[in-house]
Design a protein around this ligand. Structure first.
Ligand SMILES: *Cc1c(COP(=O)(O)O)cnc(C)c1O
Length: 379
């Protein structure tokens, strides 16, 4: 025995108001659910819970897709699950990039041994459907289109329905990142005919991070089943995962599901169903408008043009001469309030104020505007 136990005690986190790009605040109801007794992951009662989670996710995604499950891992694991299953070596994938997460899609494509054709839009702008169409015309060999519905790095929302329609017109399947949109802004997986979509538990669903809801259309499932090569990731191979989450009632061991985390996701989805999707979308919009009014009073402008603004993620410009990091530190220290910094092309230039899920309330808008006002007056 060479290693002594370190000096460590139970961790008592501070009580923060989480108004960054995620995680959002988790309600006491969800925290209580996570604290309930652990049962076995093949327990008949756990199987009942799994089936309910599938149904609740189908509601949240507005889909009848049978393959609608939470991947055991954060949003990035859902992203990777979509790419490794739908993309084969030698494929061509058109990737739309208008922020950080499009860049990660490109990296995923390349790690699958495929070629990424990147179309780029300015950070803060939505994806331009004309550029996608031109890329599809120029690359008739493309099999897949990938884009981010709600770019959390900038706060821009793209027209998912139009982009998916273009993909289909050119014989491609569409992979959509809906990590930040699910539960916060309209996302209609069946109506928009999305083939593969992934999200995250910690943004507008307000469950803790670590689970990634995904959904696959029949066309996507067909492609997965008829692959010529094995999925290079054993853990994310949906052909295997389906044996555990499969809809026919027979469950075989694949990996041990994060049982208590799934209690939390289930509760968060029950809360969403109780409120109703349309009411949740409307609440996000109302609170966004109130925040925009407050920012206007403080003289802070928005990065994204009004028509493409996400209600749940607001990028506002840092005034000239203000140290943006110092302001965020003061907000955290004096107000227990977390907001986000700019990433990539927007680093140092913007703050990202999240109004996601449980965090999206009139009270939090007022708190944030008041706190920023105080801190900016000092700066
Ligand atoms: C947060 C986020 C991700 C990654 O999710 P993690 O849970 O951090 O892995 C991917 N895409 C978008 C648009 C996101 O906002």
């Amino acid at each position: 025995m060479k290693v002594d136990p370190p000096q460590a005690q139970s961790f008592a986190p501070p009580l923060r108001t989480l108004m960054g790009p995620g995680p959002s605040n988790v309600s006491q109801r969800v925290l209580d659910a996570i604290g309930r007794p652990t049962i076995g992951h093949l327990d008949p009662q756990f199987v009942v819970l799994m089936d309910e989670i599938k149904g609740l996710l189908q509601y949240a995604f507005q889909t009848e897709n049978n393959l609608t499950i939470p991947v055991s891992g954060p949003g990035s694991a859902g992203m990777e699950t979509c790419f490794v299953n739908l993309v084969q070596p030698g494929d061509t994938v058109v990737v739309c990039q208008n922020g950080v997460f499009g860049g990660r899609m490109k990296a995923n494509v390349e790690r699958c041994g495929a070629t990424a054709v990147l179309i780029e839009d300015e950070w803060g702008q939505p994806v331009d459907p004309n550029k996608l169409e031109a890329a599809l015309v120029a690359n008739p060999q493309a099999t897949t289109v990938a884009f981010v519905h709600a770019e959390t790095s900038t706060g821009a929302q793209s027209d998912a329905q139009a982009l998916v329609a273009l993909a289909h017109q050119h014989g491609c399947l569409a992979i959509v990142d809906a990590v930040t949109s699910l539960g916060g802004t309209p996302l209609l997986v069946d109506e928009w005919e999305i083939d593969a979509v992934y999200s995250g538990s910690q943004k507008c669903l307000s469950a803790p991070p670590g689970l990634s809801p995904v959904s696959f259309s029949d066309a996507a499932v067909e492609r997965i089943k008829s692959r010529e090569t094995d999925v290079q990731s054993w853990f994310m191979d949906l052909n295997l995962v389906m044996g555990y989450w499969g809809g026919d009632g027979v469950r075989s061991y694949h990996h041990t599901a994060p049982i208590n985390a799934l209690y939390g996701l289930h509760e968060a989805l029950v809360i969403l169903a109780e409120e109703g999707l349309q009411s949740a979308w409307a609440r996000h919009q109302t609170n966004h408008e109130a925040l925009a009014e407050g920012m206007n009073e403080l003289g802070l402008g928005f990065v994204v043009p009004e028509a493409a603004r996400l209600p749940q993620l607001n990028s506002v410009t840092v005034p000239d001469g203000v140290d943006e990091a110092a302001v965020r530190s003061k907000l955290l220290e004096q107000f227990n309030l977390e907001i986000g910094s700019g990433l990539g092309a927007l680093a140092g230039k913007v703050w990202r104020i999240g109004l996601m899920g449980h965090t999206s309330s009139a009270k939090n808008v007022e708190y944030c505007v008041g706190a920023l006002k105080d801190v900016l007056a000092e700066a």
